[in-house]
Design a protein around this ligand. Structure first.
Ligand SMILES: Cc1ncc(COP(=O)(O)O)c(C=O)c1O
Length: 397
């Protein structure tokens, strides 16, 4: 089948909102004759997003969250653009090292780490660590002496983030204060506070409540412990373009700047951000093929559409039907509700059943689906051989 540029529809979304005609043309050219499923990453989108973030928040230092998309070509591109990197594991560290990126441009933002791995981070040259517990802090003091410590605060905002990161990470302000005091006693540098308001955070005021806890602790530690903090790490949370509307990054930046100025006036502490999704999300197009279309009864009003990429093929953030990607297909005409599922023998591999997409009635087996904004948290999630299916192939163009 030849895949042509015309007759594409996007449910609830105008393609041009996400991708120019020229970019779309490039996607099609690079998709021709390639066996599905696969993912294309448009590197110029990442470049654009990086510049946009840099312009919007010029006062912040960017540490790209490698976990969002660790493809070597993506990392090398961000390296060339001048980004720093936040690593979650020694495996990410090693990949960056292989690419010649030096560890003084890295932070370790994972609060859960083995003692031996902290040693490796330190030996490599990483000197900036995030923690949220006494056990981890004491390990850092032994394995990475003298390092800078950021203590991660627990945040609210789970209801308004499409992919919340609450509870598992962070601690309450009282413990955060204790940990920073202990860090100083242990010979570490109590550097500052960090938080993550939840990924794809659509409510900008989530930063306001996190920052007010931060500001309270900055003041309390200075006045009561003569401990001056230097840095705020605001994590990620900035949005990619999915089906639900979000504010532009500039609006996020303007509001956050206002919150910061209310607390610190003109002289801001060092500000770090760790964007993942907002930098790489929109750059990805995952191309799949429809394997089977069926109805579950003679009178069923919706069809099941099974395609060759599912949750185990990289679309893991459909878990809980959390992230709603814009989907393009190759047909037009009247629409009908569908339940979208993947190809494996596991009912967990049902992508959207409660959240209903509408796709053309004329949809047929062999048609391709184009999943837009799939550049973040997809390929790295794909299983290595669940049901024998190979991991998702990525092509950076
Ligand atoms: C410590 C840390 N920083 C940054 C990020 C990136 O967040 P986002 O993809 O929302 O930008 C994450 C995401 O899990 C994280 O755990």
């Amino acid at each position: 089948m030849t895949h042509r540029a015309q007759n594409y529809i996007v449910s609830h979304m105008n393609t041009t909102e996400i991708m120019s005609k020229e970019r779309w043309q490039r996607v099609l050219e690079n998709s021709q004759d390639r066996e599905t499923p696969f993912q294309l990453i448009l590197s110029d989108v990442i470049e654009e997003k990086y510049q946009e973030l840099l312009d919007a928040i010029p006062f912040a230092k960017i540490y790209y969250a490698v976990k969002a998309n660790p493809a070597p070509a993506v990392l090398s591109l961000l390296d060339r653009l001048g980004s720093n990197f936040d690593v979650a594991s020694v495996y990410e560290l090693r990949r960056l090292q292989e690419l010649g990126i030096s560890a003084d441009r890295m932070s370790c933002g994972n609060t859960i780490k083995k003692f031996e791995h902290i040693k490796e981070f330190y030996a490599a040259g990483i000197r900036l660590f995030v923690t949220d517990s006494e056990g981890d802090l004491r390990n850092i003091a032994m394995a990475a002496p003298g390092s800078k410590i950021m203590v991660r605060l627990m945040t609210e905002g789970a209801q308004t983030a499409d992919w919340p990161l609450s509870r598992k990470f962070g601690c309450s302000p009282d413990l955060a204060g204790d940990l920073l005091i202990l860090a100083r006693k242990l010979g570490l540098q109590p550097w500052g506070l960090s938080f993550h308001v939840g990924s794809q955070q659509r409510d900008i005021t989530a930063w306001d409540s996190a920052l007010s806890k931060v500001s309270y602790l900055f003041t309390w530690l200075l006045e009561n412990e003569d401990l001056k903090l230097s840095c705020i790490n605001m994590g990620g949370g900035f949005p990619a373009t999915y089906r639900e509307r979000t504010n532009p990054v500039q609006t996020y930046a303007d509001e956050i700047k206002r919150y910061l100025e209310e607390d610190y006036g003109d002289i801001l502490p060092e500000i770090i951000i760790e964007p993942g999704r907002s930098l790489v999300g929109d750059s990805g197009v995952l191309v799949s093929e429809i394997v089977l279309i069926s109805r579950k009864s003679r009178t069923a009003l919706e069809r099941w559409v099974y395609q060759d990429c599912g949750r185990f093929g990289g679309l893991m953030e459909t878990l809980g039907e959390a992230i709603h990607y814009p989907i393009l297909c190759e047909r037009n005409g009247p629409l009908e509700q569908v339940i979208l599922a993947g190809p494996t023998c596991d009912s967990m591999d049902t992508l959207y059943e409660d959240y209903r997409y509408e796709l053309p009635l004329s949809l047929a087996v062999g048609d391709r689906l184009y999943w837009l904004s799939t550049g973040a948290y997809t390929s790295s999630y794909s299983a290595i051989e669940f049901n024998g299916f190979p991991p998702l192939q990525t092509l950076v163009i």
